[in-house]
Write a protein that binds this ligand. Structure first.
Ligand SMILES: *Cc1c(COP(=O)(O)O)cnc(C)c1O
Length: 366
C-alpha cells in the first residue's frame, strides 16, 4: 500500500549511507579544523577529477559560484549577461549581485535550455557573458553556444546546478565553458546537508582569482589583493560531499532508470513527456512533463497522495524583482508556455518501482 509519495526524501538517502556519513562527520569534529582544510582540498581534487577539469574551487553556494565566476571573469558594473528566461531565479540573482544586468533569452522546447539561434539577436555592445543553464539535468545547444561565445569574445559560464554528471556527445557538462558553477543544495543530484557550491575551470588565472575572492580577497595571510568576500565550503560539508560523490554515478543511473519507467508507462494524450536526445546523457534532476490541464493534474495527484512541484511557475523576466528591466508578458513565448504547463514528477534515487508505477497509473487514469 502506498501512503504518500514525497517529491523528495533525504531521510531515505541518509538511511542508505548513514554509516559512511556519520564516520565522515565524526572525522571532522575530531580534527578540530572546520574551514579551509584537508577535507575541502580532497573534495576539490576528487570533484575536479570527476568533472575532468584542472581546478575546482569550493564556495558557500551555487549562487555564489555563479557570482564569483562572473567577478573572476571580469564582469563590471552594467555589463550585460545573457540568462535564460526559464531557470531557477538564483542564476539571475548572481548576475545582479555581481553588478551585471541580466539580458534574458528564450529556451527551445526541444530541451528547455537556451535557444542558441536567438543569441545573435540578443547580444549588444554591452554584452560580456553568457550563462548556459543545463536545466533539469538535461542539456542542449552548449556546443553551438560555446562557438558563438568564442566568435563574439564573450565569457561562457555554465550553470551546472542541476546537471552533475550530464554529458553532451560524451563530454561532461562543466567542461565547455570558461568556468562552470555547481550547487550542492541538499536536493541536487549531489547535495550537501546544508549549503555548498563549486566552480570548475581549466584556467589558472581564474583559479587563482577565485581562491582569493572566496576568502576576503586574501593572497596570503594579511595581504589582500582583491576586494573579496567570505564564501567558503566548510570542512563538514566537504566531508559529506566527498562521501556522497562515490554514490553519484549509481544514483544518476537510478534516476535514468526511473525516467525510462515514466517514459514507458505513462500513456495519456493529455501529457507530453520530455523528448529524448540520444546525444545527451540526461541525469534527470527533474522529470518535467507538460500538460495543458497542469493545475488540475497536480491537484488530482495531490488528492491521491503524490507530491509534485512546478519548475518554474513564473519565468524570471516576469518576477517582481526584475521589473526594472522592463520585460513584459509575451517576450519569451516558450518559457512562458512551459511555466504554464510544466509539472515535475518525483524522481530521486530512493524512489521505489512500486511508487513510480503508482504515479503512472494515476496519470494514465487522469
Ligand atoms: C539550485 C540552483 C542554483 C542555486 O544554487 P544554491 O546552491 O541554492 O545557491 C542556481 N542555478 C540553478 C539552475 C539551480 O537549480
Amino acid at each position: 500500500m502506498i501512503k504518500k509519495v514525497p517529491f523528495g526524501d533525504l531521510k531515505r538517502e541518509y538511511k542508505e549511507i548513514k554509516e559512511d556519513i556519520d564516520f565522515a562527520i565524526k572525522r571532522v569534529l575530531e580534527s578540530g579544523w572546520f574551514i579551509l582544510g584537508k577535507e575541502l582540498e580532497q573534495f576539490e581534487e576528487e570533484f575536479a577529477k570527476f568533472i575532468g577539469s584542472k581546478y575546482a574551487v569550493g564556495v558557500a553556494s551555487g549562487t555564489d559560484a555563479i557570482k564569483l565566476a562572473l567577478l573572476a571573469g571580469g564582469i563590471k558594473q552594467g555589463d550585460n549577461v545573457i540568462v535564460p528566461a526559464m531557470t531557477a531565479v538564483p542564476t539571475a540573482c548572481a548576475v545582479t549581485f555581481a553588478g551585471g544586468i541580466p539580458k534574458f533569452i528564450d529556451i527551445t522546447p526541444k530541451n528547455y535550455c537556451l535557444d542558441s539561434t536567438l543569441l545573435k539577436n540578443t547580444i549588444n555592445e554591452k554584452t560580456k557573458a553568457i550563462i548556459f543553464v543545463h536545466l533539469y539535468g538535461n542539456s542542449g545547444d552548449i556546443e553551438e553556444t560555446k562557438k558563438f561565445a568564442k566568435e563574439n569574445n564573450l565569457l561562457l559560464i555554465e550553470d551546472c546546478a542541476q546537471a552533475h554528471g550530464t554529458k553532451v556527445n560524451d563530454k561532461i557538462v562543466g567542461t565547455f565553458g570558461d568556468m562552470s558553477a555547481f550547487s550542492f543544495y541538499p536536493s541536487k543530484n549531489l547535495g550537501a546537508y546544508g549549503d555548498a557550491g563549486m566552480i570548475c575551470t581549466d584556467n589558472e588565472d581564474f583559479f587563482i582569482k577565485l581562491k582569493m575572492l572566496r576568502n576576503y580577497g586574501q593572497e596570503k595571510r594579511y595581504y589582500h589583493s582583491e576586494k573579496g568576500i567570505n564564501s567558503r565550503l566548510d570542512e563538514i560539508q566537504s566531508a559529506i560531499l566527498h562521501t556522497k560523490l562515490k554514490y553519484l554515478t549509481k544514483w544518476n543511473l537510478r534516476r535514468i532508470e526511473i525516467a525510462k519507467k515514466y517514459e514507458k508507462l505513462i500513456e495519456n494524450d493529455l501529457i507530453k513527456k520530455p523528448s529524448i536526445n540520444e546525444t545527451i546523457y540526461n541525469t534527470y534532476h527533474i522529470y518535467p512533463i507538460r500538460c495543458k490541464k497542469r493545475d488540475k493534474l497536480q491537484s488530482y495527484l495531490k488528492e491521491n497522495n503524490v507530491e509534485t512541484l512546478i519548475h518554474y511557475p513564473i519565468p524570471v523576466h516576469l518576477q517582481k524583482a526584475y521589473q526594472d528591466l522592463n520585460y513584459k508578458e509575451g517576450d519569451f513565448e516558450e518559457s512562458e508556455k512551459l511555466a504554464n504547463e510544466e509539472l515535475s514528477l518525483p524522481i530521486f534515487p530512493q524512489l521505489s518501482d512500486e511508487e513510480v508505477e503508482y504515479i503512472c497509473n494515476l496519470i494514465n487514469y487522469f
